[in-house]
Write a new protein. Structure first.
Length: 323
């Protein structure tokens, strides 16, 4: 992803704060409202999420267009299918001229009781060109491992009120510099598909997680996230007793949430961009230091529980609380 101090002011972010009414629609009378079935945040297991990261890294580097990336896509798809989750590997070509490449999104869907849709997203590719062995434990192992753990929680839980999509993006990382042809390939692809097939209108929230495994968790929500979703993150963090680890950044970030915002969907990026040797530094990011010993199951578990609380909040339409 890329940070920008100024670009957020020109992004037009639709305000969904007061229009999210839950995916069940408006009932006729209070007596007919079935109680929404909530997911249990405590069922998210950080040790399992960590193990998922370890398994992913055992494949080796997975930069887009390599055999490693294809293996990673197949690995993620098999994991989802073993949980009986309906899963598609969406293979597509993207990029210009001699840099045109093959990308694969892995998309699982858990059907809900109604038409509403919540999208959980993480990229799984690693940045190319850092070193032969760069394996990205935090970027993008941690969020991929967490999404697989959330898939398990959702697959064994009660049928959700809304459908929940688990989207594993290829090609988040750019090769040279972020542009409409370089980087964010997978998220641009899915945002376009949702828009074209009409599902975008049913999306209650897109929750992107990225670099959430740092032992010293310090999440800053990019300014270019949908305000109502930021409020839900902060409420959920408070309920987990971890409000102080979550802040609103002064900066915008170009990450996988941006194509969804651009297509009119509410989206938030849960990202810790202080991944380094001392607080305030990000010197492990995109280096050989991004290794398993720097991340923890506890951090992944906390973020996972917050995401589950967010899903519950969006499912019940309890999305109008503000800080
Ligand atoms: Zn990266």
């Amino acid at each position: 992803m890329r940070r920008s101090l100024l670009s957020y002011v020109v992004l037009i972010i639709p305000c969904f704060a007061c229009v999210i009414i839950g995916c069940g629609g408006r009932p006729n009378s209070a007596e007919t409202i079935p109680a929404p079935v909530a997911l249990d945040p405590a069922s998210v297991d950080g040790a399992r999420a960590f193990e998922r990261v370890r398994e992913l890294l055992a494949i080796g580097p997975r930069s887009s267009g390599t055999a490693g990336a294809e293996k990673a896509a197949n690995h993620i798809a098999s994991a989802l299918r073993s949980m009986k989750i309906e899963t598609e590997i969406d293979e597509f070509e993207d990029g210009p001229g001699d840099r045109r490449g093959i990308y694969r999104n892995v998309v699982g869907i858990i059907k809900g009781k109604t038409a509403g849709l919540i999208v959980l997203g993480s990229h799984y590719d690693t940045k190319a060109g850092i070193s032969e062995s760069f394996n990205g434990a935090n970027d993008s192992g941690s969020s991929t491992g967490l999404l697989l753990e959330l898939a398990r929680v959702l697959s064994v839980g009660p049928k959700p009120e809304c459908s929940i999509m688990l989207a594993f993006f290829d090609g988040e990382e750019c090769v040279r510099e972020y542009s409409e042809n370089d980087g964010l390939h997978g998220s641009r692809r899915l945002a376009r598909r949702l828009k074209e097939d009409g599902r975008a209108a049913a999306v209650l929230g897109v929750i992107v997680v990225d670099m959430i495994g740092d032992k010293r968790l310090n999440v800053e929500l990019p300014r270019n996230s949908t305000p109502s979703l930021c409020s839900i993150v902060f409420s959920a963090a408070r309920e987990e007793g971890a409000r102080s680890a979550f802040r609103l950044s002064n900066s915008a970030v170009l990450d996988d949430h941006v194509p969804f915002l651009a297509a009119g969907m509410p989206a938030v990026d849960i990202i810790d961009f202080q991944y380094g040797s001392t607080p305030g530094l990000n010197d492990y990011w995109h280096t050989e230091h991004d290794t398993l010993d720097k991340i923890s199951g506890e951090s992944m578990q906390l973020v996972g529980r917050i995401v589950v609380r967010m899903i519950n909040s969006l499912m019940t339409g309890n999305a109008t609380r503000h800080e």
